[in-house]
Design a protein around this ligand. Sequence first.
Ligand code: BTN
Length: 325
Amino acid sequence: MNITVTHKLAGRLIEAKGTAVSGQQLADEFGISRTAVWKHIKELEEQGYEIASVKKKGYSLVSQPDTLEPAGLQPLLKTRMIGRTMVYQQSCASTQIIAHQLAQEGTPAGTVALAEEQTAGRGRMARVWDSAYGKGIWMSIVLRPDVVPQKAPQFTLVAAVAMVRAIEEVTGVKPEIKWPNDILIRGKKCTGILTELQSDADGIQALIIGIGLNVNQELSDFDVQVQPIATSLKMESGKHVSRQEMVRAILFYLEQYTDLYIEEGFGILKVLWESYSSTIGSKVRARLPKETLEGIAEGITEDGVLQLRTADGKLHSIYSADIEM
Ligand code: BTN
């Protein structure tokens, strides 16, 4: 069985939004027999798609499984480059490891590694990232931007803006960004972004953007220690959220904003980032390895460095810290 045709057929039924498409029409469109169409439909049903077959009318999609499998995701994508190559595993240690490996092997820019579960999900500052099976989106995206390595942190901020736009569009809730890259809803974290770099004397070989998004967890799904600070889209919107819809929106906005960055530079994205930021203009405490600074976060520099003014009037550049507000 030609799996690509199965994927495309799934995409055709998804686009028909529940309207029946006749077997003959599908056969003509895909250049296959009606029996072959029927076999592809059976294959989709085995994958968890619910398809109604109505005499004289044809096939219509009733529901599709909300897995992160490329077969269900790729037909939904509205991107040119990001997500055209996808690598999926039900369970892995970390999608960052997979993406790094693929990047070293020369995978094209835009490759996405996804998993239903990570057994060793990693966060910033060598922390563990809780990645329960089927509850969230755990994915790593390989980009190959033609910029100097010093500009890499800007991509984390670009990704944060893309995340906010995607969450707003799909759920209607309004998240905020806490510097540098936490996405919060009503003060609790729903998304973490981890950007890692492969570079050499010639510059950036690959930029790996790891995104962890809590989608359908209940409070009790989180570890007791993180319960006071973590949230999910379901907890905030009050309804189950389609992970497939979320991935589609995230990849769409990530491509839009990385294109904008390449065409226009960081300036416009900096303005967008600041407009979504809960940090800028607020009194914050920055926990650095050797000291803790308290002051007003005045803004970020072109390189994404936080500018913190302490009570003595001094302006501090914060490159990496835990921020409390
Ligand atoms: C943070 O500490 O806020 C960043 C968390 C990033 C988690 C994501 S989940 C997908 C990818 N794989 C990982 O192991 N980490 C990132």
